[in-house]
Ligand binder design. Structure first.
Ligand code: SF4
Ligand code: SF4
Length: 122
C-alpha cells in the first residue's frame, strides 16, 4: 500500500464515526435473529423435562415436585436445542445476551399449577 493511500485513509478516519463502542457504557442493538438467551413463558410450561434432557451443557434443571424450572445462563451455549424440543413452545431464544457480571447466578422460575388453580376456582 502506498504511503499516499495510507495517509489518505488515516486522515479520512479522523472524520468518520468510530467503528468501536465504549462497552459496557455503550452496547450494540442486538440483531433480530441473534441467539442471546433462553426465555421460558412458564404459564405454558408443563414441566415435561424435555429441555433438560436435550441440553448438551446440562444447564437446565426441571423439578416437577416443587414445580421449578431453573437455567444457568452462564453455561448455556445458545444452541437452541431446548427451544426446538419444547412440546408446548414455551421456550424462545431472545436476542439480548446475558449481561456480564462478577458472579454467576441461575434463573429460577416457579411454574404455576393451572390444574390446581382451576380446581380451587370450581
Ligand atoms: S420442554 Fe418446555 S414444557 Fe417441557 S419442561 Fe422444558 S420448558 Fe417446560
Ligand atoms: S440453548 Fe442449548 S445450551 Fe442453552 S439451555 Fe438450551 S439446550 Fe441448553
Amino acid at each position: 500500500m502506498g504511503s499516499f493511500k495510507l495517509g489518505g485513509m488515516t486522515f479520512g478516519s479522523l472524520f468518520k464515526k468510530p467503528e468501536t463502542l465504549l462497552y459496557p457504557v455503550q452496547t450494540k442493538e442486538p440483531y433480530a435473529c441473534q441467539k442471546g438467551h433462553v426465555l421460558n413463558n412458564v404459564e405454558e410450561c408443563i414441566l415435561c423435562g424435555m429441555c433438560q434432557r436435550v441440553c448438551p451443557c446440562n444447564c437446565i434443571v426441571v423439578d416437577k415436585k416443587i414445580r421449578r424450572w431453573v437455567i444457568d445462563p452462564f453455561s448455556c451455549v445458545q444452541c437452541g436445542s431446548c427451544v426446538r424440543a419444547c412440546p408446548t413452545k414455551c421456550l424462545s431464544m431472545q436476542p439480548q445476551c446475558t449481561p456480564a457480571g462478577d458472579a454467576k447466578y441461575s434463573i429460577d422460575l416457579d411454574v404455576p399449577d393451572k390444574k390446581a388453580a382451576k380446581q380451587e376456582q370450581a
